[in-house]
Design a protein around this ligand. Structure first.
Ligand code: ARG
Length: 461
């Protein structure tokens, strides 16, 4: 029988070979090795501080763990499926390397509080990396928004041309979404950053552990209050996945617009050859694969959120083996998010904006019709009547294949006698956007001010 497992004492038969592979997590949880080792080093130091380990024993354990870390980094570590997971692989190797003192490391600890600690350390680090990429993307968007503060394109509702807006204003709408994502991730980080160690299997431990000292060594802001909750809680992973799902939803919306804008029908932007691919059959094609893939990858992140919620549904206290299933969805969510943020952050600053095409599209869609109605209201016409008058003028333009701004004063006056020569100021696209000059509006001056505020808010989270 296989004696390498540390728990075989009460067993008389070996584990079924398939069951061994079926229950093992080492293939995927080995990615937690740095956090597992950091957690073990802190635990050993704390055990020495409270007198459970001698100073010398602690030093042998810490040095042994550091050797294992470099063995893993250099690809010399042999992961054994019979040892089930990252925790038992590292612990078994420690005892092989330093002898029986290695067996003292697991005093006052269980894999249940150990794994919960490892995931929290991992996720805290990953949230910080995600925030760095997110910040780079937001910074890039703000810069393009500043540069394009006066570039005019049609704004849409129902994907029909509605009113002219500035491109900078449009990009700052994306910035608002991403700043909320940033705040959500930072808020989630607070609940990730709590130490489970000391909960042991579920009920706490008889050793005089100093949990605050372990927390301090690992940079945790707090210590889990309840041992049962500490080993079973995965709320933090679900919260993170929910924040990730929202963020991916935003990236998918940008992706959809980037795909539309780079099509021949819109022709508003060029994404740059480095971010597109060609077709193996159609020589003319330049496909916006990056935003399409980001749009598509949103699905798996939503799926992982649903997977984690369902994983935890109806679980009795405290730790259950079900929880081993938390890792793959969480890891894939982190990888997907980091990849999508990186590729957008790299791509956006190099995107070229076809201002002439945007302007031409804004002219085509009667986007200043509301401005004409507002003009009539200022001249004393009731809004509903103004709406009717402008609707008739638009119908006339459709018949004549021209824009409202092409109509002569006398033709305009045939729709309403209150129209004067000053009407042409409101019918220009520049006049229309400049008139929306209030906090939150699309006027170029407002875009500049909003971009400046966004930079300050970006630093504040
Ligand atoms: N590999 C396990 C997990 O990922 C570690 C904890 C296992 N604990 C146990 N008592 N079987 O959840």
């Amino acid at each position: 029988m296989d004696m390498e497992k540390p728990w075989t004492g009460r067993f008389t038969e070996a584990t079924d070979r398939f069951v061994e592979a079926f229950t093992a997590s080492v293939d995927f949880d080995q990615r937690l090795y740095q956090h597992d080792i950091a957690g073990s080093i802190a635990h050993a130091k704390m055990l020495a501080k409270v007198g459970v380990l001698s100073e010398n024993e602690m030093q042998q354990i810490v040095a042994g763990l550091q050797v294992i870390e470099s063995e893993i980094e250099q690809g010399q570590f042999i992961w054994r499926i019979g040892l089930e997971d990252v925790h038992m692989n590292i612990e078994a190797r420690l005892t092989e390397n330093i002898g029986s003192v290695g067996k003292k490391l697991h005093t006052g600890r269980s894999r249940n509080d150990q794994v919960a600690t490892d995931i929290r350390l991992y996720l805290r680090e990953q949230i910080d990396l995600i925030q760095t990429e997110l910040k780079r993307l937001i910074g890039g968007l703000i810069s393009v928004a500043e540069r394009e503060n006066a570039t005019i394109l049609p704004g849409f509702t129902h994907l029909q041309s509605a009113q002219p807006v500035t491109f900078g204003h449009h990009l700052l709408a994306w910035v608002e979404m991403l700043l909320r994502d940033r705040a959500r991730l930072q808020d989630c980080r607070q609940r990730v950053n709590v130490l489970p160690l000391g909960a042991a299997a579920l009920a706490g431990t008889t050793y005089p552990l100093d949990r605050y000292y372990t927390a301090e060594l690992l940079g945790f802001a707090g210590v889990a209050e309840n041992s049962l909750d500490a080993v079973s809680d995965r709320d933090f992973a679900i919260e993170f996945s929910a924040a990730a799902a929202l963020l991916m939803m935003h990236l998918s919306r940008f992706g959809e617009e980037l795909v539309l804008w780079s099509s021949a029908h819109f022709d508003f932007i060029d994404l740059g050859d480095a971010f597109c691919t060609g077709s193996s059959i159609m020589p003319q094609k330049k496909n916006p694969d990056v935003p399409e893939l980001v749009r598509g990858k949103t699905g798996r992140v939503y799926g992982h959120l649903m997977g984690l919620l369902t994983l935890m549904k109806s679980q009795p206290l405290a730790y259950n083996k079900d929880n081993q299933e938390d890792k793959e969805p969480l890891f894939d969510t982190v990888d997907t998010l980091k990849g999508c943020l990186k590729v957008y952050a790299d791509m956006i600053p190099g995107m070229s904006v076809k201002a002439d095409k945007m302007l031409a599209a804004a002219k085509r869609g009667f986007t200043t019709a509301t401005d004409l109605a507002d003009y009539l209201v200022r001249k004393g016409v009731a809004f509903r009547d103004a709406h009717e008058i402008v609707g008739k003028a638009v119908r006339h333009c459709i018949e004549q294949s021209c824009d409202l701004s092409d109509l002569s004063l006398s033709v305009l006056q045939s729709f309403s006698a209150v129209i004067q020569a000053d009407v042409h100021e409101v019918l220009t696209l520049q006049g229309s956007v400049a008139a929306r000059n209030h906090f939150g509006g699309t006027a170029p001056a407002q875009v500049q001010a909003a971009a400046q505020r966004a930079r300050v808010r970006l630093e504040a989270v």
